[in-house]
Design a protein around this ligand. Structure first.
Ligand code: GLN
Length: 544
């Protein structure tokens, strides 16, 4: 049976627990262990699918179609293990399941309570789907002391008794702030946080202390004494120059060795960190740079495009160049040609990402036109591909071309389809239906025409599988007129009905995809579309 590592956070939020969990998992994996990471989110939404990216950052979609927390993206990028629906749970989902059972009468007259019903459901989620894993890392969202997280803390406390003594470990992530006026690091917030955790019955085994300044041994000893852990278990976690340096940095601080020691494992093989050395070498020693513009809607908050940002960095690593990303609000282009030229001319590549709603759509269409006319490498993802198709029809003089997502469209180049085929059979959706869980979600196959640009990008493959998250589709009635405009639909759904990719014959690198390739890019395995886009941008940088 797997061993469990429970990761909680204290003092403040945003300490990077997700990255910490991902990095620890990567270090254990580098020693040959099989790992999986799970996220427990205490909020009451059933999943983050309906939350604004401004509230919660991007929604990360798994192969099996779950809309999950963006931390699952970190987990995948750092371990290469594809996350599943069963790796993310929220209070909302737990309560929904319990209330459904209660209405069905499954509890046979019992009073339904937080303990044991809610805690049992949480424990079951932790224990399910263990495969042949060595370690399951469970990250609890929020900060110790939050009202919402209490049932999760209680479930962990119980699990630590239910399982064997050396089968679980608690890692607590805290902050050791530096008070400039006093010139001192302060350990008191960590002491309080550990006390709060202990009051819930959980004694941490390892403390990971985030700090902006090195933590001297005297302070580590103080934390150890006050918090009832070994001094070696107080691991300083200083700010890292890149997220990709974090695994190496934590390893140097002894995190993985200390965690293994906590499980009584003293004969673990040393970690093979070659791939992390290669990744950081590529990141810190680029041989050139390119400027990429992302023309989007949620540009004020980079977490809203977390995977996209990382996939562009990976594309840079593949080409050994630094990628300077300019986040540009599409709205500023609406009706302002000079602004478009000023902002887009210095770029070596233009990317229109996924998005929802009409705001900024005209600016995105204007960016597609600029990229097409000036022959600047263009990459359209999901909504970006839809806008490339609308622009293509407009270029033929049909000004009423639009998407029905933005209201009634004279020429619905993009529209809702009521049924589509998935591996589970025909799926249906209606205009005006519930917004939660009514999209084409998760991995779908696409067939690529042999000898197309897209197939060449995928190294000659003619069948690919990529993750989707959208409600609208490019209307196949417009394929013919668009092909007359030079657009080629070389990627289609296996039944031949839904356009999956589009490219231009009259352009050096113009690709639109209906899916989200950024979700599958990894630092040690950059996605070919991002590697190709950055390579084309590098060519472009040599021309201008
Ligand atoms: N809003 C569009 C749709 O629902 C595109 C979605 C996206 O870009 N993820 O089809």
């Amino acid at each position: 049976m797997a061993r469990y590592i429970f990761i909680t956070g204290g003092v403040v939020s945003s300490l990077g627990k997700g990255l910490m969990a991902a990095s620890l998992a990567a270090l254990l994996q580098a020693r040959g262990y099989k790992v999986r990471i799970r996220k427990f989110d205490p909020y009451l939404n059933v999943d983050p699918g309906t939350m604004s990216p401004y509230q919660h950052g991007e929604v990360y979609v798994t192969d099996d179609g779950a809309e999950t927390d963006l931390d699952l993206g970190h987990y995948e990028r750092f371990t290469g293990v594809s996350a599943r629906q069963s790796d993310n749970i929220t209070s909302g989902r737990v309560y929904r399941d319990i209330i459904t059972k209660e209405r069905r009468g499954d509890y046979l007259g019992a009073t339904v309570q937080v303990i044991p019903h809610v805690t049992d459901a949480i424990k079951q989620f932790a224990l399910d789907d263990q495969d042949d894993l060595d370690f399951i890392l469970c990250e609890i969202g929020g900060t110790v002391g939050d009202i919402e997280s209490l049932p999760f803390m209680e479930a962990i406390r119980q699990l630590r008794n239910d399982l064997e003594p050396l089968q679980t470990l608690s890692v607590h992530v805290t902050l050791v702030p530096y008070i400039a006026a006093a010139g001192e690091l302060k350990t008191k917030p960590t002491q309080h946080s550990v006390r709060e955790l202990a009051s819930l019955g959980i004694k941490p085994d390892v403390l990971l202390c985030r700090a902006e300044h090195p933590i001297p041994d005297s302070e580590r000893r103080k934390i150890a004494n006050f918090c009832n852990v070994r001094m070696e278990s107080v691991i300083p976690a200083l700010d890292a120059p890149s997220i990709y340096s974090v695994p190496l940095q934590y390893h140097e601080q002894g995190l993985d060795a200390e965690v293994l020691r906590g499980f009584g494992i003293t004969d673990a093989p040393p970690p093979d960190l070659a791939q992390w050395h290669d990744v950081t070498d590529r990141y810190f020693n680029p041989e050139g740079e390119v400027n990429i513009g992302v023309i989007g809607k949620y540009v004020g908050l980079q977490d809203a495009y977390k995977s996209l940002n990382e996939a562009l960095v990976h594309g840079g690593m593949a080409n050994r160049v630094k990628v300077n990303i300019k986040w540009i609000d599409a709205e500023i282009f609406e009706g302002d040609e000079e602004e478009i030229i000023a902002k887009l001319e210095p770029l070596h590549g233009i990317l229109v990402p996924g998005g929802f709603g009409s705001r900024g759509s005209e600016g995105k269409i204007a960016s597609v036109r600029f990229a097409r006319e000036r022959k600047v490498p263009f990459f359209g993802i999901c909504l970006g591909m839809q806008m490339a198709c609308v622009e293509g029809v407009r270029a033929a003089g049909i000004t009423g071309a639009s998407s029905t997502e933005f209201g009634d469209a004279e020429e619905p180049v993009v529209g809702i389809i009521e049924e589509w085929m998935s591996e589970e059979g025909i799926q249906e959706r209606e205009e005006g239906g519930d917004l939660g869980g009514t999209m084409r979600l998760g991995a779908y196959y696409a067939k690529l025409s042999a000898n197309s640009h897209i197939s060449a990008i995928y190294d000659g493959a003619t069948t690919i599988s990529e993750r989707h998250r959208h409600r609208y589709e490019v209307n196949s009635a417009y394929i013919e007129p668009l092909e007359k405009q030079g657009l080629i639909f070389a990627g289609m759904s296996p039944d031949g009905l839904l356009p999956e990719t589009v490219e231009r014959s009259d352009h050096p690198w113009f690709v639109g995809v209906q899916f989200h390739p950024e979700l599958k890019s990894r630092p040690f395995d950059p996605h070919p579309l991002f590697a190709g886009f950055i390579s084309a941008a590098l060519e472009q940088s040599r021309l201008v």
